[in-house]
Write a protein that binds this ligand. Structure first.
Ligand code: ANZ
Ligand code: ZN
Length: 968
């Protein structure tokens, strides 16, 4: 029988048309269990789609087809996020109205999407710029306003000088405008702000049960930035002996409230720091000495020009200036400590003032080193020797001990004491006698144990360690405080060592690189870390030292609240919680956004537009370019701006700021449930039915969109609009497709690959298979046009199997084929469910080879195979389905195959694939798979291909059921 040629163009066009006219993907709310599958909808840019964009869409298409065939009522919609700067800037550049530009771009996107064969129900298409849609975006704003969650503010906000608009914190990347890369300025400006901070705790608390990638949850957590700590008041007074009378007058009785996440470290607070913007700085300025004032003013000016990132980056040089003539009183011990102004403290977090504890905070540590301020350790790491833990009932003895690392005078070596009885090597260690100086003690110890006498002290570890263990030789528990020193020998002159010492250990020179192989002191980790990283403070938990009783020796976790209680008797000190997230700056001074539905009346102030007057439509204008003055272009349209106050009927003006680009996308997934409803945002029954989005797929916006949408969703839950408190049950984050040159695909680089061209040359089915096969879904990979051929061959093989079937009897399956078939059903079902598309495809490839070489198989087997392939290659499978008359209805409406567990449990073996003797891959096959099948299979595997690329296979060695080896 002649095999017809596979003509993807004809087939794909034909079926796309039939599916559309037959409305086979129409979604209705029914009796069946539902499944809501959603892509992060695109904003239709002027550049059109490149091959990277459809990756997520292909995945949801496969998933939704699989779910539909598995008996679910599937909602898989598509729409357009079309407000915002990208559309507006495109329009300005191309001198068309944004509305027209958006219409044109949407048309182009739809064409591009439609030729890939997606199963969207287009009757549910939405567009955020459609007044019928943004009426509800405005409605949500009114509800937020009603409940006090939208307010006006005049605080300085981020202003992008190039985009000419205010921005939210979420719109910044490393202090720059995320869109255009300009350094943002702080500008005081009237704006609308949404109180997302009211939801901070819930946004955090509801994360754990979500089936989202851990790194996305972590980004959300970091953005919310919860910090439990305390606010503590420090009194200010003029420095003793200072006759700056002005200061004492200006500051008498003043107090500075600090926020700290570590109140238990307060005995180590050796100075205070104020953010340059802190009120107290401006207040005290006039009473500073002329010299100091000038210094401070100069400092304030430079700080103003730095971004927050520059100010807070860990390894950046910390700068600051001291307020002369003033001190603060540490309420824990009444010590007088200096006050600094330094820009590593931000005014926007906590209280804008800190107590600096240089011994336990990196930033304070580097600042204190630079300015020569005291560093006082108050927390010691508390280690328990797990090999030698304290024994209950034994006497506890306290000791101060010392460890020394002693370097060779000329070589990269250090001294280790090699024990003669036990297999260990230790640093030089000794106890400090009562009344003895620590340095003296260690020098004595080195001399006694090694005989070396000309020592030079190089450094001392900046903190001591508390360690507990059982000292077997003395039959007591030891609680030690250990001090660590680094010495270098001036020369190798030495004294004779005592025989008692000689019996205990040998003195050996170890290579410096072996420093972490010393044993068995528990402090070793800390020591090595110090030697490798250099001086750094201890920032972890432990036990308190150098504080007062009863706090000394207590665990940091316990000391926190006890110290606050103690402080509260002397000053104001309370435990509190802070969040890093800031309220959402919601105004944009641009044209292309939803008008904020507010009216400003001379008498009544800000008055909301009555609900019945929604939507407030964006007026048609000639000039929509930004004014740059901080006013929206809408302000110039008098006919639109001047209105009557809805409250008093007097003269009033519309709000002319528009909403940010993230408004419409913060609730669109709800509208897909009920896109045409003019009475409500979503019908409650429909909302109940579709409930949460079951799988949400996208590859951007780890923070912004997801946090905004969660915020609005929770708000809508609170006002009874939705019945769930989280919008997206499961999130799959996709890895991007980069250009062949490994860079981002962009017109700018001239490396864009257009999906239309790929569909034209290879067909949509091949494009779909390739994008899913190229790598695990969440992995970022470069496009490789050469590699498409493998997917093309696979699709063609499926076609040939269909054609070949016509020539078979169609009566029997071999036992082995049946096993493979059922295993493949299981594997493909599981893999699609977990987004393991690439492995699903490889198991289909394996099965396809078996079908190609089988002597006979039944129509049922062919039907099952096609169904498994259908979500990946919907066109070619539908065509074979129809020509082989496997059923009347579309394959995409047929039930998903089920597997027989008895068959899937049958054995298969793992075959190692070697290239030049090295195992490069592994495949699972039936135990008696022959060489030919296996070779063909192996040659298709990406790993094997990689090793064979450009080389000639000289020989293959095959051991049945075990190994296939290529020699090249
Ligand atoms: C004393 C202290 C001791 C601190 C210590 C840390 C370690 P998180 O955990 O991120 O919330 N801080 C407070 N307000 C600040 C501001 N406006 N700008 C810069 N730093 C500020 O950080 C809270 C800690 O960061 C606070 O606790 C404070 O330093 C500092 F061993 O106080 B801490
Ligand atoms: Zn910008």
């Amino acid at each position: 029988m002649a095999v017809r040629k596979y003509d993807h163009k004809k087939i794909e066009k034909k079926w796309q048309k039939k599916w559309a006219t037959g409305k086979i993907y129409k979604t209705t709310e029914g009796e069946r269990e539902k499944c809501y599958v959603l892509d992060m909808f695109p904003y239709p840019s002027g550049e059109g789609l490149h091959v990277g964009h459809p990756k997520g869409y292909i995945a949801t298409d496969i998933y939704s087809r699989f779910k539909r065939m598995s008996g679910f009522e599937v909602l898989h919609p598509m729409g357009w996020d079309a407000f915002g700067l990208p559309a507006e800037n495109y329009a300005i550049k191309n001198k068309t109205h944004p509305r027209l530009a958006v219409e044109k771009n949407i048309k182009r996107y739809k064409e591009q999407l439609s030729i890939i064969g997606f199963d969207y129900d287009w009757s549910r298409e939405i567009n955020t710029t459609d007044p019928a849609y943004y009426k509800w975006t405005q409605w949500i704003f009114l509800k937020l306003y009603e409940r006090g969650l939208a307010y006006e503010s005049h605080e300085p906000i981020n202003w992008c000088p190039s985009c000419q608009t205010g921005l939210a914190n979420e719109d910044l990347e490393a202090g720059k405008c995320e869109r255009c890369g300009s350094v943002v300025e702080k500008r005081p400006m009237r704006q609308w702000v949404l109180k997302i901070t009211d939801y901070a705790e819930r946004l955090l608390a509801d994360l754990p049960p979500l089936n989202w990638p851990e790194h996305i949850k972590e980004s959300q957590r970091n953005w919310i930035g919860k910090s439990e700590g305390a606010e503590i008041d420090f009194m200010v007074k003029s420095a003793a002996g200072d006759n700056a009378a002005g200061n004492s007058a200006a500051s008498a009785g003043e107090k500075i409230t600090v926020f700290t996440s570590r109140p238990e470290t307060i005995f180590g607070a050796t100075y205070l720091v104020l953010a340059p913007e802190h009120n107290f700085v401006a207040q005290i300025l006039p009473s500073l000495s002329a010299e100091n004032r000038e210094e401070v003013e100069k400092y304030l000016a430079t700080a103003q020009n730095k971004t927050e990132i520059d100010r807070t980056t860990e390894n950046k040089d910390k700068t600051g200036v001291k307020l002369e003539g003033l001190v603060a009183i540490n309420p824990a011990n009444d010590e007088e400590i200096p006050i600094f102004v330094a820009d590593y403290v931000l005014s926007s977090y906590g209280t804008g003032a800190i107590m600096a504890v240089p011994a336990h905070d990196e930033r304070d540590f580097s600042f204190a080193k630079k300015y020569g301020l005291p560093i006082k350790q108050v927390v010691a790491p508390h280690l328990i020797d797990q090999n030698n833990p304290p024994v209950d009932g034994k006497e506890n003895t306290k000791r101060v001990i010392v460890h020394a690392i002693v370097k060779h005078p000329t070589e990269e070596k250090f001294i280790a004491l090699k024990n003669k009885k036990f297999p260990w090597k230790t640093p030089i260690t000794g106890g400090v006698e009562d009344g003895e100086e620590i340095e003296t003690a260690i020098c004595r110890e080195i001399l006694e144990e090694t005989g070396y006498k000309n020592l030079k002290l190089l450094d001392r570890m900046p903190y001591v360690i508390r360690a507990d263990f059982y000292a077997a030789h003395k039959n007591v528990n030891r609680q030690v405080v250990s001090n660590i020193f680094l010495f270098k020998l001036e020369n190798l002159d030495k004294n004779e060592i005592d025989t008692s010492e000689q019996e205990k250990h040998d003195v050996i020179w170890e290579d410096w690189s072996k420093i972490d192989t010393l044993s068995p002191v528990v402090e070793l980790g800390h020591i090595v870390n110090w030697l490798k990283k250099g001086d750094h403070p201890y920032t972890g938990d432990g036990v308190l030292i150098n504080s007062t009783d009863p706090f000394n020796e207590s665990a940091t976790s316990e000391a926190r609240s006890k110290i606050i209680e103690f402080l509260a008797k002397k000053t104001t000190a309370i435990l509190t919680t802070k969040y890093k997230i800031r309220d959402w700056v919601f105004s944009r001074q641009r044209y292309w956004g939803e008008p904020i539905p507010m009216i400003h009346c001379e008498k009544c102030g800000a008055v909301p537009v009555p609900e019945k007057d929604l939507p407030v439509k964006l007026p048609e204008v000639k000039n929509y370019e930004p004014t740059g003055t901080g006013e929206s272009p809408l302000a110039a349209i008098e006919k639109w701006v001047n209105v009557k106050c809805p409250k008093c009927g007097g003269k009033a003006k519309r709000e002319t700021n528009t909403m940010p680009q993230w408004a419409g996308s913060s609730w669109y997934y709800l509208r897909f449930m009920d896109p045409k409803n003019s009475k409500a945002l979503v019908d409650p029954a429909k909302e109940k039915y579709w409930n949460q989005v079951d799988v949400y797929v996208g590859g951007d916006h780890a923070v912004r969109h997801l946090i905004y949408a969660r915020f609005w969703h929770k708000f809508l839950y609170d006002i009874g609009t939705v019945s769930t408190s989280e919008p997206f049950k499961r999130l799959e984050f996709l890895g991007f497709i980069l250009a062949e040159d490994g860079r981002k695909m962009s017109k700018r680089y001239g490396n864009v690959i257009n999906p239309d061209d790929i569909v034209h040359t290879y067909g949509a089915d091949t494009l779909r298979v390739y994008e899913m096969f190229m790598s695990p879904f969440s992995q970022t990979t470069s496009w490789d046009t050469k590699a498409i051929m493998g997917s093309e061959r696979f699709v063609e093989r499926v076609w040939r199997i269909g054609e070949r079937f016509a020539g078979l009897l169609g009566k029997t399956n071999s036992a082995e084929l049946l096993i493979s078939l059922h295993k493949t059903i299981k594997k493909v079902s599981e893999d699609i469910e977990t987004f393991g598309f690439n492995t699903a495809i490889s198991s289909l490839m394996i099965l396809s080879r078996e079908l190609e070489h089988a002597t006979d198989f039944t129509a049922e087997t062919l039907a099952i195979f096609l169904k498994l392939c259908a979500p990946f290659m919907p066109h070619v499978t539908e065509e074979i389905w129809a020509t082989q008359k496997l059923a009347k209805n579309s394959i995409h409406k047929s039930p998903w195959p089920t597997f027989d567990a008895k068959l899937t449990e049958k054995n298969t073996v793992k075959i190692a694939i070697q290239v030049n003797g090295k195992v490069r891959d592994e495949v699972k096959v039936a135990p008696d798979t022959d060489e030919k099948t296996l070779t063909a299979l192996a040659l298709e595997r990406p790993e094997v291909k990689r090793w064979l690329e450009g080389r000639e296979v000289k020989k293959t060695v095959f051991v049945k059921g075990r190994i296939l080896s290529f020699v090249v």
